[in-house]
Design a protein around this ligand. Structure first.
Ligand code: GLN
Length: 512
């Protein structure tokens, strides 16, 4: 089997055994990127020389018999919103087009400490707001299974590069589904860990109470491998959990005897594509054959998930994105043009005898903030800032933001009650397989509704994984979502691994 089609786990073992060199592994993926990423466009940046140098350093340290980190020599792609010292970290935004991060995010620091080879930075919806990667300021990523379709988002590049065999492992972020939905659309495995399991230090914030960094890979075993490096307490992130990290990779093979799976029947009914529902039913049968029991559960408040998420996430975003004032960070408009514009406006008003109005004209500074933000942010980001600022404004705060926080609690309570009866909740990751590029671009609400099954895990802070469970009649992947109680990542990974040992959906690759 060619290097690029092997699992990260196998590549690691081959490198450890000395049968494969890290530079050859790196070169194989770089070749694939060079050949196919002109169509897929999953990467915003690939520094081949730096990646090859990092791989060569691993080889020579191995030759010298030095101890190496847990991911030594494995190429890893990173979503372009993880600060990486000395590297451009754009978040898919014109606002940060030239921003060079002054330090490493904890996730990046850990990858480097594990001797992973960072192979490139992946495309994403601007500031992680979106479900199709069409909101990137730097062009759209396409779905490797069919270039007319969206790869999902916001970690579209992260999922597409794994599906296209351009990286064996990739790091994404998930605020409302941004790891799981693109994983489902691209036919790979992706996990959103429990809120607090992976440090957010150095992750450019979208919605801080929902954001979580997580792994994407071909298999559950590879997902476990990457999570092992990413997870853990970090004093630099006050919300990071000070709890021991399980040995995910070692736990994989332990059988999950008597596994109790919960299904929400409504998640297989109206509004869910029939092929997606059928693939989910078949996956349930696989689990049944493996000895799991299935029972109906109810998450009565999950019907308010979208409304709640699309109040809380934009509210936090409007506050987080206030920092892009073009002074501390980010794109700055043409200041001379601003000064001239302000002067001309004032003079025209004065000439017309409108002195009061002339006094109301922006100062140069205010006009610069305004213009820089208007020019630097894309339409979806502006929409979120306005939605959030509205929901947080005096007079609407109680009706929207505060109410959303209350519903968020009810959603979590539903999960807590369900997990008294079952070990995992199973359902489709998305209501449909990948939609066509452009199809939902003019209809933000339709785009938001696709997040129906993913946002509730973020609102409740729970871990969830998406794994391939079928192909639609037009050959597009379908994703199965498993959700678990807080900090039960091991249970998710074991259940996913169990499924992947019994099925071969995760072994299917698109022909590029
Ligand atoms: N699609 C969702 C949104 O647009 C989720 C994004 C994410 O998880 N970053 O907000």
């Amino acid at each position: 089997m060619s290097l690029i089609n092997q699992s990260a786990t196998d590549l690691l073992a081959a490198m450890q055994a000395g049968s494969v060199r890290a530079v050859d592994v790196c070169q194989a993926f770089l070749d694939q990127i060079q050949q196919h990423d002109t169509t897929v466009r999953s990467f915003l940046q690939v520094d081949s020389d730096a990646a090859l140098a990092a791989a060569a350093a691993v080889d020579s340290r191995r030759d010298a018999g030095e101890p190496l980190g847990a991911l030594a020599g494995l190429p890893v792609a990173v979503k372009d919103l993880l600060c990486t010292e000395g590297e451009k970290t754009t978040c898919g935004s014109k606002m940060l087009e030239h921003f060079v991060a002054p330090y490493d995010a904890t996730a990046i620091r850990k990858l480097k400490a594990a001797d992973a080879v960072i192979i490139g930075r992946t495309n994403m919806d601007e500031f992680a707001m979106g479900s199709s990667t069409e909101n990137s300021a730097f062009g759209t990523t396409t779905n490797p299974w069919d270039a007319a379709h969206a790869p999902g988002g916001s970690s579209g590049g992260a999922a597409a590069c794994v599906a296209g065999s351009m990286a064996p492992l990739s790091v994404g972020t998930d605020t409302g589904g941004s790891i799981r939905q693109p994983a489902a659309f691209c036919g790979v495995t992706g996990m959103k860990p429990t809120y607090g399991r992976v440090s957010r230090f150095g992750l450019v914030a979208f919605a801080s109470s929902l954001d979580q960094i997580g792994p994407l890979a071909r298999t559950a075993a590879d997902t476990a491998l990457l999570l092992q490096t990413l997870a853990g307490h970090d004093p630099q992130d006050a919300t990071s959990a000070n709890l021991p990290v399980d040995r995910y990779t070692e736990a994989l093979e332990q059988p999950l005897a008597g596994l109790r799976l919960g299904v929400v029947q409504e998640h297989l009914g109206d509004g869910v594509d029939s092929e997606v529902a059928a693939a989910t039913q078949e996956a349930l049968q696989v689990y049944q054959k493996l000895g799991a029991s299935i029972q109906d559960i109810s998450l009565p408040h999950s019907q308010y998930g979208i409304a709640t998420y699309y109040i809380i996430a934009p509210s936090e975003a409007s506050s987080n994105l206030a920092r892009y004032d073009s002074v501390h960070y980010g794109y700055r408009c043409d200041e001379k043009a601003v000064a001239a514009e302000v002067r001309e406006e004032r003079e025209a008003l004065l000439a017309a005898g409108q002195e009061d109005a002339a006094r109301q004209v922006d100062s140069n500074l205010v006009r610069m903030f305004r213009k820089s933000r208007s020019e630097g942010f894309g339409a979806e980001v502006k929409r979120r800032i306005m939605l959030g600022a509205y929901a947080l404004s005096a007079g609407y705060y109680d009706a929207y933001y505060l109410k959303a926080l209350k519903v968020r609690r009810l959603i979590r309570n539903d999960y807590d009650a369900a997990f008294e009866q079952v070990d995992l909740i199973v359902g489709p990751t998305t209501p449909t397989a990948a939609f066509k590029l452009g199809e939902k671009l003019d209809d933000p609400l339709a785009m938001y509704l696709g997040d129906l099954f993913t946002v509730t895990a973020n609102l409740a802070g729970l871990p969830a994984i998406s794994l391939p469970c079928g192909l639609s009649s037009n050959g597009l992947p379908i994703g199965l979502q498993l959700q678990a109680p807080p900090f039960e990542e091991t249970r998710l990974l074991r259940a996913a691994h169990m499924f992947q040992r019994a099925t071969d959906w995760h072994t299917k690759s698109p022909e590029l």
